[in-house]
Design a protein around this ligand. Structure first.
Ligand code: F0G
Length: 460
C-alpha cells in the first residue's frame, strides 16, 4: 500500500506566497505568517493560472480525480490530496501526513428544507472527517509543510477543533503539539481528543482571542510552527471541500453555500476554491457564499453593517456555540473579499435559534455540533428576508460532528440550556424538539405504555 509514485511536478502547479494587503511576494513565510512590510496576512497564489499558457486543464483533471477514487495509493485515498493539482506541492509526497481526510458526504435534508421553506436543501458534512471536524482537510497540508521544514513542534490556539486535529496530525507526523485553549470554554469531546493524541495542552485563563495573542508572541521567540488558519497552507487544504462538493454536484454549482463564521478561515478557503474553479473553467458560475455568526460573537456582521467591511469591529464574544466564540477574527479581510466577489451576505442568529436548528438537523438523522447549526438558523432568516428564494438550491456546510459537544445536546433535551434566561415563547418553541431520556421501572408494561403515549403524541 506504500505510495512510491510521487506527484509529478508540473509548471502550472508552482505556487507563491503573496500578501493580501500590499501584494508583496514572499519566498518564505515569517513564523507568524504576516507580511514583513505591512503586517497583513499571506495567501497562496498560482501565477501561471492567470496566463493562457500552462493552466490546469479542467476537463482532464475532472477525469483524473474521478479515477483516483478507485485507487489504492495513500495520496489518492485522501479526499484532499486527490485534488493535489489545486494545492501547493509538498516535497515528493512521502512527507505528506494523511489520515484519509475529506471524502465527506452530502446529505439531502428534507425535514430542515420544509422547516426553512426550501425545495432543495443539502448538507456537506465536514464533521465526518477523521477527527470529527473540517479542520483535518487543512491540517493535512499545513502539518505536512511543518514536517517538510523540519519542525519538532507545532502549535495552535483553539476553541477545540483545531487543537484536536493538529494533535492528531502532529502525532502521525512524529511532531510534538502545543495547544493553547481558553479555560472552561472548550467542549470535553474536543479537549479529550487533544489529550489522547498526546498534545501538551495549556488551558489559559482568557478567551480564544487572548490565547491567540499569547501564541503569536511564543512563535516569534521559539522554533514552533503555527498551525492556526493564518497559516495559508491550512486554507489551501480546506479549499478541497468545495472542489469535492462540486464533483458531488456534477460540477453544477448550487445557488447558495452557507458557512458558519468564527476566525473566518473556512469561509475564506471555500470562497477561494470557488473563485479558482470559476477562473479555471471547472464551473460556470459562483454560488453566493453567506456567512452566519452567533449574535453574541458577531464581529463580521457588525463590520459589514457599520462600515461595509473596511475596518474590523472587534467584540467581546459570548455564545454557547463555543467553537465560534471569537471576537477578533484573523481572516476577516479574506472573508469580506469572498462576500463581495460571490455576492453573499452576513447574518447573525440568537442562542435559541442555534439550539433549535441543531435539534432540527439532528431530527433529520444527521446531527452536528452547535457552531454548525448556525447555518440552518441563518438560512431560515435569509429565506424570510427573501435573500434566498424557495426554489433555489442551498448547501449548508456542517463543520463539526454531533458527538463533539454532547453536554450541549443533553442540556438542550433535558430543558436545562435556557432554563432561567429565556421567556415562555422560546420554551414552547424548543419543547417541540426536546426529547429528554425517560426513567422507568424495568417492566414490560411501563415500556409499552411509554411507546403508546409517544405514538399518540407523535401522531398529533
Ligand atoms: N465550526 C466549527 C465546528 C469550528 O470549530 C470552527 C472554528 C468554525 C465553525 C468556524 O470556522 O474559524 O474558519 O471561521 N474553530 C476554530 C478552532 C477556531 O480553534 O477549532 P472559522
Amino acid at each position: 500500500m506504500t505510495d512510491h509514485t510521487p506527484p509529478r511536478f508540473n509548471p502550472e502547479h508552482a505556487s507563491q506566497l503573496q500578501c493580501i494587503g500590499c501584494g508583496r511576494l514572499h519566498k518564505k513565510a515569517e513564523q507568524n505568517f504576516r507580511c514583513q512590510d505591512c503586517g497583513d496576512l499571506l495567501e497562496i497564489v498560482y501565477p501561471n493560472w492567470d496566463g493562457s499558457g500552462a493552466r490546469p486543464d479542467a476537463a482532464a483533471l475532472k477525469a483524473v480525480w474521478l479515477q483516483r477514487r478507485t485507487s489504492g495509493l495513500r495520496l489518492d485515498q485522501s479526499g484532499v490530496w486527490r485534488f493535489r493539482e489545486m494545492l501547493p506541492i509538498v516535497g515528493d509526497g512521502q512527507q505528506v501526513i494523511t489520515l484519509r481526510e475529506g471524502n465527506t458526504p452530502v446529505y439531502e435534508m428534507p425535514g430542515c428544507a420544509s422547516i426553512a421553506g426550501l425545495q432543495q436543501l443539502y448538507a456537506k458534512h465536514q464533521g465526518m472527517n477523521p477527527t470529527g471536524s473540517f479542520k483535518d482537510t487543512g491540517m493535512t497540508v499545513a502539518a505536512s509543510v511543518a514536517r517538510r521544514e523540519g519542525f519538532r513542534w507545532v502549535a495552535c490556539a483553539s476553541t477545540g477543533n483545531t487543537s484536536a486535529s493538529m494533535a492528531a496530525y502532529g502525532a502521525r507526523g512524529g511532531m510534538r503539539s502545543l495547544v493553547l485553549i481558553p479555560e472552561g470554554k472548550v467542549s470535553w469531546g474536543k479537549l479529550s481528543q487533544a489529550l489522547d493524541y498526546g498534545a501538551v495542552t495549556c488551558q489559559l485563563k482568557t478567551d480564544f482571542d487572548g490565547c491567540m495573542r499569547v501564541l503569536n508572541e511564543v512563535v516569534q521567540r521559539m522554533p514552533v510552527y503555527l498551525l492556526n488558519s493564518v497559516n495559508p497552507y491550512r486554507l489551501e487544504g480546506q479549499k478541497t471541500a468545495a472542489i469535492e462538493l462540486m464533483e458531488q454536484f456534477d460540477w453544477q454549482p448550487p445557488d447558495h453555500v452557507i458557512v458558519p463564521g468564527g476566525n473566518l478561515g473556512n469561509s475564506s478557503a471555500l470562497g477561494k476554491a470557488f473563485i479558482e474553479m470559476k477562473k479555471l473553467g471547472f464551473i460556470s458560475a459562483l454560488p453566493k457564499i453567506s456567512i452566519i455568526q452567533a449574535a453574541g460573537a458577531n464581529p463580521l456582521v457588525q463590520t459589514m453593517r457599520e462600515n461595509g467591511g473596511k475596518q474590523l469591529i472587534s467584540v467581546k464574544a459570548e455564545t454557547a456555540a463555543s467553537a465560534i466564540r471569537i471576537g477578533s477574527p484573523a481572516s476577516w479581510k479574506k472573508a469580506v473579499r469572498v462576500l463581495q466577489v460571490t455576492g453573499g451576505t452576513v447574518e447573525q442568529v440568537s442562542e435559541v435559534e442555534i439550539a433549535l436548528a441543531k435539534a432540527e438537523i439532528g431530527a433529520d438523522g444527521i446531527g452536528c455540533e452547535p457552531a454548525s447549526a448556525v447555518t440552518l438558523a441563518g438560512v431560515k432568516k435569509l429565506v424570510r428576508q427573501g435573500f434566498v428564494k424557495s426554489g433555489e438550491s442551498v448547501v449548508l456546510i456542517l463543520t463539526g460532528h454531533l458527538l463533539k459537544d454532547p453536554e450541549f445536546t443533553l442540556k438542550f433535551h433535558r430543558g436545562d440550556l435556557f432554563s432561567r434566561s429565556e421567556g415562555e415563547k422560546e420554551a414552547v418553541i424548543l419543547a417541540a424538539q426536546q426529547r429528554a431520556p425517560i426513567v422507568l421501572d424495568a417492566t414490560v408494561d411501563a415500556v409499552i405504555r411509554t411507546l403508546n403515549e409517544a405514538d399518540d403524541r407523535l401522531e398529533t
